[in-house]
Design a protein around this ligand. Structure first.
Ligand code: SF4
Length: 379
């Protein structure tokens, strides 16, 4: 009998949408960041290695079952056709994940949850090796980690993880400005970010650092941009990914926004902050803006050679008339536009104008509050 479920955690990075998700630990061992609601109220747990292995075996059973169905069924031996049919009506979320992973080639795996690196290194090595032996199509194994944990790991431990097959770690750097890190209760300093990041880079594991645009609010945006760039320059990660601050009930920051202690920056102020961040970057990372919360998703490229191109995209937005900037912001936040080029489509442009009429009190200007609300529907 085929297993039809295994443990899944709540999130994975956008770039891991087609990876097999294996939950190596549960929840977040820190769980205090003010801007994060994901694991609040949930206790961190290290899962026994044997339990994680059982999940990997369950994923293999699902994979084998899907392949068998393709051989035996009316799908003409097409695994793709079977997977497509299963994706329409999966018996469980885990089954959906396995089918999606297979459909996209079955090469990537992401170990959940928030800080897998906190596991004893021999346990994590054992899980990665078992995963790769059991599912040999997997060539990329990635996970989330905290800088603080990476700063404490011995170089030999990180090297052992890389040799076992850990290809990439995703770290929430968020900011490189110490007063802001402290205010947000991130539990890590800029120096620890640098040490942890450099340890990972030195081990050969590819590193992706996440920055939260808008995290400094109206008060600390300049320092946030400049100090974050300085920290990233010293780490020199393979990837820098930005996402934009959103606040939701369940985040401690939400209360502070409601009572006025923390004043959020507007989209236009955040674009100025992003400009300052990019201007100050002096490293070799690939910069990506692929998160749904970002206003300008087209800001992407390899540093340093694409820096001018990225800054030109910002200039293009800032050079629009105030009315066109507003049209783009609203169109982007209601899901009409993906990028600025979409404004040339007159139908889309008109739809964005209609949205402004509908969502504003005066038919012309949608408030920042409404725009934030629109953004937060996506997370
Ligand atoms: S470390 Fe990451 S997952 Fe944990 S509370 Fe902070 S942002 Fe959330």
């Amino acid at each position: 009998m085929m297993a039809d479920s295994f443990e899944l955690g709540p999130i994975r990075p956008p770039s891991e949408a087609y990876s097999l998700l294996i939950r190596a630990t549960k929840n977040c061992p820190w769980n205090r960041c003010k801007f994060c609601h994901i694991y609040k109220g949930q206790k961190f747990e290290l899962r026994p290695v044997e339990e994680v292995k059982q999940d990997i075996l369950a994923a293999k059973a699902m994979q084998d079952g899907l392949k068998e169905m393709a051989r035996k069924s009316d799908y003409g031996g097409s695994l793709e056709a079977v997977v497509m049919a299963v994706l329409q009506n999966p018996p469980s979320q885990a089954y959906f994940n396995v089918a999606l992973w297979l459909y996209h080639g079955g090469t990537g795996a992401f170990l959940q949850d928030a800080n897998t690196l906190i596991m004893p290194t021999p346990d994590l090595v054992e899980i990665i090796k078992f995963l790769k032996q059991t599912l040999p199509s997997i060539t990329q194994v990635t996970s989330y980690a905290r800088s603080k944990t990476a700063a404490k790991k011995k170089p030999a431990e990180l090297k052992a993880l890389h040799e076992a097959g850990l290809s990439r770690l995703h770290i929430g750097l968020e900011s490189g400005y110490d007063p802001l890190l402290e205010y947000m209760d991130k539990g890590v300093t800029a120096a620890e970010h640098i040490k942890g990041g450099r340890n990972i880079v030195a081990s050969g594991i590819s590193l992706c650092e996440y920055v939260v645009l808008g995290l400094g609010g109206k008060k600390m945006w300049r320092e946030h941009a400049v100090e974050t760039a300085k920290v990233l320059n010293q780490i020199d990660p393979a990837f820098i990914r930005v996402r934009t601050l959103t606040t939701k009930e369940g985040m401690p920051l939400y209360e502070e926004v409601q009572n006025g202690t923390f004043v959020r920056a507007s989209d236009e102020e955040i674009v100025e902050e992003e400009k300052l961040l990019i201007e100050n970057l002096d490293c070799h990372a690939y910069f990506v803006s692929d998160h749904i919360t970002n206003l300008l998703q087209e800001i992407e490229g390899k540093l340093p050679e694409d820096k001018d191109k990225m800054l030109a995209a910002i200039d293009r937005f800032q050079s629009l008339s105030p009315g066109e900037r507003h049209n783009f912001r609203v169109g982007r936040r209601v899901g009409i536009y993906n990028e600025m080029d979409d404004m040339a489509d007159s139908q889309k442009h008109e739809l964005a104008e209609r949205a402004i009429e509908k969502l504003s009190d005066d038919g012309k200007q949608v408030s920042d509050k409404t725009i934030y609300f629109l953004m937060e529907r996506f997370i």
